[in-house]
Write a new protein. Structure first.
Length: 154
């Protein structure tokens, strides 16, 4: 069970390959791995870009198939980066995930990551970042606050 992950010894990988059958909607398949627990994954995908490219939203509701102990996950990714001028933009990124048992009886793992800062020439961002993680039904949590540096690859 995913609950056995200790906060300082965890390994968590979730990889999906997506096929979009419309510009916004798609399906995805892949795998979920957490602390020696592997599960094939099936997911839906919703993607949205606004016309000027300042807003990006990506949502993946997923089903992890784990030998009768299946899990459901909702992963989301949002970036908002409106231009201030030709050189600078405001940068906000919010990423979240929640994993529950299929019957919604037990919370297994959740995280939220928030980044707020400035973008320089649409390829480099820096600012303040916050990571919050919650483990298990009692929601044992950890927090991490600091400076982030992000480089966009194009």
């Amino acid at each position: 069970m995913l609950l056995d992950i200790q906060p300082r010894h965890r390994i968590f990988i979730n990889s999906l390959i997506t096929y979009n059958f419309t510009p916004n909607w798609g399906i995805a398949g892949g795998a979920f791995y957490a602390d020696r627990d592997f599960a094939p994954t099936l997911a839906g995908s919703y993607t949205y870009f606004n016309q000027d490219g300042s807003l990006f939203i990506n949502l993946f509701p997923s089903w992890h198939f784990r030998d009768g102990e299946d899990d459901l996950e909702l992963f989301g990714f949002l970036i908002y980066k409106p231009k201030i001028n030709e050189t600078l933009s405001f940068f906000t990124q919010f990423t979240f995930s929640t994993v529950m048992e299929v019957d919604f009886e037990n919370h297994l793992f959740s995280y939220q990551q928030l980044r707020v800062g400035l973008g320089i020439k649409d390829w480099f961002q820096t600012g303040l970042g916050v990571n919050i993680e919650h483990f298990g039904p009692e929601s044992f949590s950890t927090e991490n606050i600091g400076i982030f540096i992000r480089k966009e690859l194009k």
